[in-house]
Ligand binder design. Structure first.
Ligand code: SF4
Length: 354
C-alpha cells in the first residue's frame, strides 16, 4: 500500500503535481481544494464531482485531516472551546476557539511542546518534541471551521499563540497563512492573522519583508533584561535592546503597530515601577499593550496579580498615554492556558501559558 499523504500539507502547486503524478488531469487538484477548503468536506468518498475511481485512489493514498480529536471542552458561558488532538505520531496538541460578538478566533499550536521554556508556561516546562507541519496547523483551523459552519459562522481570525514558538517553525507557519488567506480557500484577510513570538529576532526581520501584512504580537512580560531572562529564557539570546531594535525595523518596513502581551504575575512583574519601565521601553513605538492577568495552574508557583494591582498598573500606563487593553482571562474553567489540557491528559506538561 502506498504511503499516505495529508492533503492539507500541499501548497496548491504541490497538490497539482501530486494529482498529475497519479495520472489524473491537473484540474482535479482545484476540485479537491474546493472540497477541502470551501465545502470543508472531511470524507473523500463524499467528493461527489470526482470520479469514483479517483475517490478510491485518493482514499487509499491520502487523508483529509492529520488530527484526531481526543477531547473537546466548552466553557460554561459557551464563549471558549478547546480541543485536544492526537497527531499521526500520537503526539498531542491543543487549539482554542474564542467567540466574540462579531468574530470567531482560532488560537493554533505551531509545535509539539516548545523549546523556549518560559517559566510560567505549561508547554514551555514540558520540553520540545517537534515542529508541526503546515497541514497540521491548517487542520486545526479546518476543525473549528467545520464546527462553526452549522451555526452559519466563519472563522474570522487566526492567532498563532498556542503551543510552540511560531517563528521557530517559520516555513510551515507561513505556508499555513498563505493557504488559509487564499481566496480559493478560507479567504481569511491577511490582517486577521496574528503571530505571537517570544522575541525571535531573525524571524521578526523575515516577517518585516513579507508582502502579506499580518499582525505581530510580542510576548514581553517583563520590562527589563534581569526579569525577562528569568521569565522568558530566549531573552538571554535576544535581549531587549536587540528585540526592540527589531521591532523598530519591523514598524519602519511593515508600517504596522505591534501588540505587546504582558501577563500580570502577582508580586513578580506587577509593581508600578515596572509599569514606568515598560512605558520607557516602548516609547516611540506604535505599540498596543495587552495586559492579561496570568491564567493560573495548580502546580505553578506563579499566581495572577490581585485585582487592585491590575487596575493600578493599567491606570499608570493609560495616564502616560499608552494604548492599552485589559484583557479578561478566558477559559480559566476549561484550562484554556496553553498546555493545560494536554497536561491534564497525561503528557509531560506542568506550567501554563497565559
Ligand atoms: S509562553 Fe509561548 S514561547 Fe514561552 S514556553 Fe510557552 S509556548 Fe513557548
Amino acid at each position: 500500500m502506498a504511503e499516505q499523504v495529508f492533503l492539507t500539507n500541499f501548497t496548491p502547486s504541490q497538490l497539482q503535481e501530486w494529482v498529475v503524478s497519479l495520472g489524473e488531469p491537473a484540474y482535479r487538484a482545484q476540485q479537491i481544494r474546493q472540497w477541502l477548503y470551501r465545502s470543508l468536506e472531511s470524507d473523500i468518498h463524499n467528493m461527489a464531482n470526482l470520479p469514483e475511481e479517483l475517490r478510491a485512489k485518493l482514499a487509499e493514498r491520502a487523508c483529509v485531516s492529520s488530527l484526531r480529536p481526543l477531547q473537546h471542552i466548552r466553557s460554561v458561558d459557551g464563549q471558549t472551546e478547546k480541543t485536544l488532538f492526537a497527531l499521526p505520531d500520537e503526539q498531542t496538541i491543543e487549539s482554542v476557539l474564542m467567540r466574540y460578538e462579531s468574530r470567531q478566533t482560532i488560537c493554533v499550536s505551531t509545535q509539539v511542546g516548545c523549546p523556549i521554556g518560559c517559566s510560567f508556561c505549561a508547554t514551555g516546562q514540558g520540553g520540545y518534541q517537534r515542529n508541526l507541519t503546515a497541514g497540521e496547523i491548517i487542520d486545526q483551523v479546518l476543525h473549528f471551521a467545520r464546527l462553526l459552519r452549522p451555526e452559519g459562522l466563519p472563522v474570522t481570525n487566526v492567532v498563532y499563540m498556542g503551543m510552540g514558538e511560531p517563528l521557530l517553525n517559520y516555513d510551515a507557519v507561513w505556508q499555513s497563512i498563505v493557504v488559509l488567506h487564499d481566496s480559493q480557500a478560507l479567504s481569511i484577510g491577511s490582517r486577521r492573522f496574528t503571530i505571537s513570538t517570544a522575541g525571535v529576532v531573525p524571524g521578526i526581520d523575515r516577517l518585516s519583508a513579507e508582502t502579506l501584512q499580518i499582525g505581530l504580537a510580542i510576548s514581553l512580560h517583563a520590562p527589563d533584561d534581569e526579569l525577562r531572562d528569568q521569565l522568558v529564557p530566549l531573552n538571554r539570546r535576544y535581549p531587549l535592546s536587540e528585540l526592540l531594535a527589531a521591532c523598530h525595523r519591523y514598524v519602519a518596513q511593515a508600517d504596522r503597530r505591534i501588540t505587546f502581551e504582558y501577563a500580570l504575575i502577582d508580586g513578580v512583574n506587577d509593581e508600578l515601577a515596572m509599569a514606568y519601565k515598560l512605558i520607557e521601553l516602548l516609547r516611540g513605538l506604535p505599540a498596543h499593550i495587552n495586559l492579561i492577568p496570568l491564567n493560573p495552574t495548580a502546580d505553578s508557583p506563579y499566581r495572577a496579580s490581585r485585582r487592585d494591582r491590575v487596575v493600578a498598573f493599567h491606570r499608570a500606563l493609560r495616564q502616560q498615554g499608552m494604548k492599552v487593553t485589559l484583557r479578561l482571562r478566558r477559559g480559566v474553567g476549561i484550562s484554556a492556558g496553553c498546555g493545560q489540557l494536554r497536561s491534564q491528559a497525561g503528557d509531560h506538561q506542568q506550567g501554563q501559558r497565559p
